[in-house]
Design a protein around this ligand. Structure first.
Ligand SMILES: [Zn+2]
Length: 391
């Protein structure tokens, strides 16, 4: 993890919001901090005597966000919302929009209330690989406390209102100056400061601490376990396109990491232990298709059956998503992601690439352990995602 701050570059960004853009872009440049729309940032600015939270708008990526990507919301309204005992995420989004001072701006991040609660000007939030790798290990709670003794540590709660209200409750009597940041188990990390550079550098330093811990306690040696051979691409495209109901593009990963990952014993159990950070589930689903010793048609059919069983176990009135897999691991051959476009397949592959490394490292810490199936379902079938389908 490198500190990318450049005083010369920073000087080109004049004003609080512009500086917020600069450090957001720095975070976004580092794929081991955030991937494809992950993470969010904010800055609190006084506008005509009212404190306004400019928070990342949904649909924007930290790597490329500009000033117009930030949604300006009255902080006082967000703080009022935090006190509610109960609030659906759809109602939260509606009230956040109503509290915006620019109707043209994008919807504020679902983590806006949490940003509002933190009484510092700049707030940075990432899903840093090194932090979630440690958290997603069987002794994650203990290890996170050891690596981050001065952080507020929060057990897993679904992102959105529930998480914001949990933080509200936990911080009622907190002396904010006594903590250096917040760790959300199985999810990510927050740092904050009244200075943009300080907030960014606190993030980099915290993540470096986690990286050093992993280097010392879970050094990873990736060894090639088999000679890569060719995949039957035509067959895969045909079978998966039929299962998906639309023509798919493949992203074939035979990197040393994918090679090592696909060569593991008990591959099905090994590679089906859940997502690195909750929002990845929208792209990857909870588990991949594992191909060991059966034919592809049968493997896909079994995957779909298992997916339907998972859906039926947890669903109340949700609409089932496409039950076909989004990626697969073929024993001793490759890791292959499927997308409607080559870009989508590449995005899924990026997420899987980071997940594979985390799984292998967490195993060195005693075993990888992500959120439960029930929690995965809640995220995959989040009412905000479902609302788009029900329209
Ligand atoms: Zn997050």
């Amino acid at each position: 993890m490198k500190n990318l701050w450049s005083e010369k570059q920073a000087q080109k960004y004049v004003g609080d919001l512009a500086t917020r853009v600069y450090t957001s872009n720095l975070l976004g440049k580092e794929s081991s901090l955030v991937l494809h729309g992950g993470g969010n940032t904010s800055v609190k600015i006084d506008v005509d005597g009212e404190e306004i939270l400019y928070v990342k708008g949904s649909g924007w990526d930290l790597a490329t966000i500009k000033e117009e990507g930030f949604a300006p919301v009255k902080r006082s309204a967000l703080l009022e919302m935090a006190k509610e005992e109960e609030l659906s995420d759809s109602e939260m989004v509606r009230r956040q929009r109503a509290a915006m001072i620019d109707a043209e701006a994008p919807n504020p991040s679902v983590e806006a209330i949490l940003h509002a609660l933190i009484p510092y000007k700049y707030v940075d939030h990432t899903h840093a690989d090194a932090v979630v790798t440690i958290s997603n290990s069987v002794n994650g709670k203990e290890l996170i406390e050891k690596v981050f003794p001065s952080f507020l540590i929060v057990d897993y709660v679904m992102p959105g209102f529930d998480l914001a209200h949990t933080i509200y409750t936990m911080t009622q009597d907190l002396e904010w100056g006594s903590i250096d940041g917040i760790i959300l188990h199985h999810h990510g990390i927050f740092t904050f400061d009244d200075d943009a550079r300080e907030s960014y550098e606190k993030m980099i330093e915290a993540v470096m601490q986690a990286e050093v811990f992993l280097q010392q306690n879970a050094p990873l040696q990736i060894a090639q376990h088999f000679e890569p051979s060719e995949c039957d691409m035509q067959k895969i495209v045909k079978v998966l396109s039929e299962a998906k109901g639309y023509p798919i593009s493949l992203n074939i990963n035979q990197s040393p990491l994918a090679n090592y990952y696909a060569s593991q014993d008990n591959l099905r159990e090994f590679a089906s232990r859940g997502v690195l950070t909750p929002e990845h589930i929208i792209r990857t689903k909870g588990v991949p298709l594992i191909m060991e010793d059966t034919n592809l048609e049968k493997g896909v059919a079994e995957y779909i059956e298992a997916y339907k069983a998972y859906f039926n176990e947890f669903a109340t009135d949700e609409i089932m998503l496409n039950p076909a897999p989004n990626y697969m691991v073929i024993k001793n051959l490759a890791v292959i992601s499927f997308g409607q476009t080559p870009q989508e397949a590449a995005i899924i592959n990026d997420i899987v690439e980071h997940t594979m490394k985390a799984v292998l490292q967490a195993d060195k810490l005693g075993g990888y352990k992500s959120i439960s199936l029930k929690e995965s379902f809640a995220m995959e079938y989040w009412e905000l995602e479902q609302a788009k389908l029900k329209k």
